[in-house]
Design a protein around this ligand. Sequence first.
Ligand code: G3I
Length: 354
Amino acid sequence: MRTTTPSRTRLGLAGALAALLMGAGLATGPAAQAKEKPPTLAELAQRHGRYFGSATDNPELTDGAYTALLGSQFDMITPGNGMKWYATEPEQGVFDWTNGDEIVNLARKNHQRVRAHTLVWHSQLPNWLTSRDWTPDELRAVLKKHITTEVRHYRGKVYSWDVVNEAFNEDGTYRETIWYKTLGPGYIADALRWAHQADPHAKLYLNDYNIEGTGPKSDAYYRLAQDLEAQGVPLDGIGFQAHLALQYGYPSTLEDNLRRFSRLGLDTALTEVDVRMQLPATDEKLAQQATWYRDLTKACLAVRRCVGVTVWDYTDKYSWIPAVFPGEGAALPWDEQLRPKPAYFALREALGGK
Ligand code: G3I
């Protein structure tokens, strides 16, 4: 984990330089100080023992202005697509690490950790897997091999895994995925056990959306976490995606909800944060969005075991939202020109920076 040392070192050097310049009779002062870099979101979060992360995706990595901010403002990176099943096992038994490795290597170069995403999901599966029927024995073997091979490949290189993604419906019943329909609810415990065997040091998460506030879906995770704990299944945390939308209201029970999971002995994290709005974005909506970013960050800081916040990419330029929710967007703290929005300044404020 990075510490605040680099910025302290920079300050120390700057101070030493100022002393030298003064000794040489050269002017220093507000103008010179103004050029000093403010701490990054990551550095601010580290002061609270938290991380501040961003998702990214391989096609964007050719954009130099984008990668400069990605590499400097954040200390945790999530591959938005590169580690999903369609990317990593496009043919049965044939593994392709190109996209995931590219992001892990970039993160390493930038001294960032990686939240790996995701092993078991119903979406973005390869055709070979979805286009035929499997017996339970066959599918268990397919799932075990995928998890074991992928987690072993990234063993020691990632901080955590979203082992199972989006397992529940809104009403708290199990989502009828290929996994649930063929294997029953036990696939979740199996997946966690296999992942733990393959990398005993990676933190293992269940991850979902619309569980930020208390309600049937969040309750389903609470019960599941209790059950898994009682069975001795390795589970370290719950990921609250936090894909929020201004028109649906702020999840005001977020902090209490994070806290009840903490009390089960679990880490929590906000894993895919964005706050979308109906376009066009107005000053008023951007101000409201900023308040939400501030409040959700403060909620995480208020709960001891909430380990960090990750935005689902940091700029509107590469957001998934306009393609999926036509007429909506402007969801991230930087705009399409990579200019910081009110939400960015609200994040800094929430993290105790200026
Ligand atoms: O790779 C193809 C490319 O070959 C093709 O030319 C292009 C044309 O549409 O599509 C590309 O695939 C897209 C893929 O992202 C990679 O860019 C898919 O269409 C697109 O649907 C897919 O969207 C991803 C989405 O998951 C799929 O559900 C988003 O980028 C990704 O940010 C998003 O992330 C999910 C999390 O994993 C789980 N939580 C919700 C979150 C948002 O949906």
